[in-house]
Design a protein around this ligand. Structure first.
Ligand code: BGC
Length: 382
């Protein structure tokens, strides 16, 4: 966080503005231990909790169901807080109809063609839940599981550790996968996600977070005026089922060129075959930096009306940019507004879709004795 952001937060606090925000009753004090409250119960009686944490001017509310980020509040250039992620007010909607709002995605982010892949000579059939394909881990992915959550403070950091063990064969995937995800808010208000996983049999894994961003505030309208920059000279074109063809196509001269900042809406109605397939943008960008040992900057999203800015750094080689194409006016959001097409966008750091069926893509194979580790950092500023 730069000095100007510190200044607006201080001004907003003095003006009593920080008390106006918040969707729940449990409040964590800035930099203090995360607070926990009961959010609801699943049909079988399982309790779902909501955790609240706050640090460096960022406020997060996280559900044990799916590790869902239900609310993320950041100030605008005048210190006014808004929740900038799409979600629901109650648990029932998350269970019944969530298009992965705010959720952790596993075991495999995005699609695997025909829900099938071959590893070490054995073909595995996964749960198919998107036409003939498997999407986001299958019918009961990590977004629909109740995670074990523990709050922590460490130095000036505040965070949550979320754990979920996926049984051998769950959704068709081989191996017992032990997943650990850490959400950390540092004193600058950065939200960092560290993903870890181990397995007892060779398997594939590709974990990500499915936050829907609208930096003007959820329910405030479309994101077509948001400005976006993505450090990628290539993307992975798809077929009609949104499965990559295998080509790493150049973005030059296409609507997919975000190397120079432009608005999300600038080219979204251009008559390009790939935009017809996705009903907008729903593609994986091949990040110029490739896989990196430490998170490196890959994208900046800015809402000019509020001044709110999101900067993303990751260790991952890919970024799925989805422009909220399938939001169709049938979902009622957290703040009581209906969500329509283009009311938010997702920027999912990941390995490429369908990698298990594309030997030329960076590998998503995890073997016993190895630890899967990736990290993504979201930094905010006015
Ligand atoms: C996918 C979209 C899908 C959406 C689900 C995105 O990650 O790329 O195709 O519809 O998730 O909400």
């Amino acid at each position: 966080m730069d000095m100007s952001r510190r200044t607006v937060i201080a001004a907003a606090t003095a003006a009593g503005l920080t008390a106006a925000a918040g969707v729940g009753t449990a409040h964590a004090s800035p930099g203090g231990r995360p607070a926990k409250e009961l959010f609801g119960r699943l049909a079988d009686g399982t309790k779902v909790h909501r955790w609240s944490l706050e640090n460096g001017g960022t406020r997060l509310k996280v559900l044990s169901y799916g590790g869902v980020v239900q609310s993320l509040e950041i100030p605008d250039r005048h210190g006014r807080y808004r929740n900038v992620v799409l979600g629901f007010a109650g648990l029932d909607d998350y269970v019944a109809k969530s298009p992965y709002f705010g959720a952790l995605i596993g075991r495999y982010g995005n699609r695997i063609a025909k829900g099938r892949f071959t590893l070490d000579g054995t073909t595995h059939q996964l749960s198919v839940n998107d036409g003939v394909n498997s999407l986001h881990g299958g019918a009961q992915g990590f977004d629909k599981r109740v995670w074990d959550v523990a709050g922590f403070t460490s130095g000036t950091d505040v965070g949550l550790v979320l754990r979920y063990t996926s049984a051998d064969g769950e959704m068709g995937y081989p191996g017992t996968l032990r997943a650990k995800v850490t959400y950390t808010l540092n004193r600058h208000g950065d939200w960092r996600i560290d993903y870890e996983a181990t397995t007892d049999r060779a398997t594939v894994v590709n974990l990500t977070s499915h936050v829907y961003w609208n930096l003007a505030g959820e329910g405030s309208g479309s994101i077509y005026d948001h400005e976006l920059e993505i450090a990628a000279a290539r993307y992975t074109p798809v077929d009609t089922g949104l499965i990559p063809t295998g080509e790493l196509a150049r973005v030059t001269g296409t609507p997919f060129d975000f190397r120079r900042t432009k608005t999300v809406g600038e080219d979204i109605r251009v008559g390009h075959q790939q935009l017809l397939y996705g009903q907008g943008i729903d593609h994986n960008w091949v990040l110029d930096k490739g896989i990196s040992a430490r998170p490196e900057h890959i994208a900046t999203l800015r809402d000019p009306s509020s001044g709110r800015t999101l900067r993303i750094s990751t260790t991952e080689p890919g970024l799925q940019f989805y422009s909220g194409n399938f939001l169709d006016g049938t979902l009622l959001g957290t703040g009581g507004h209906i969500y329509r097409q283009g009311d938010a966008l997702c920027l999912e750091t990941q390995h490429f879709p369908d990698s298990p069926n594309h030997p030329s893509f960076p590998s998503t194979v995890l073997r016993p004795g190895r630890t899967y580790r990736t990290s993504t950092v979201h930094s905010f500023g006015p």
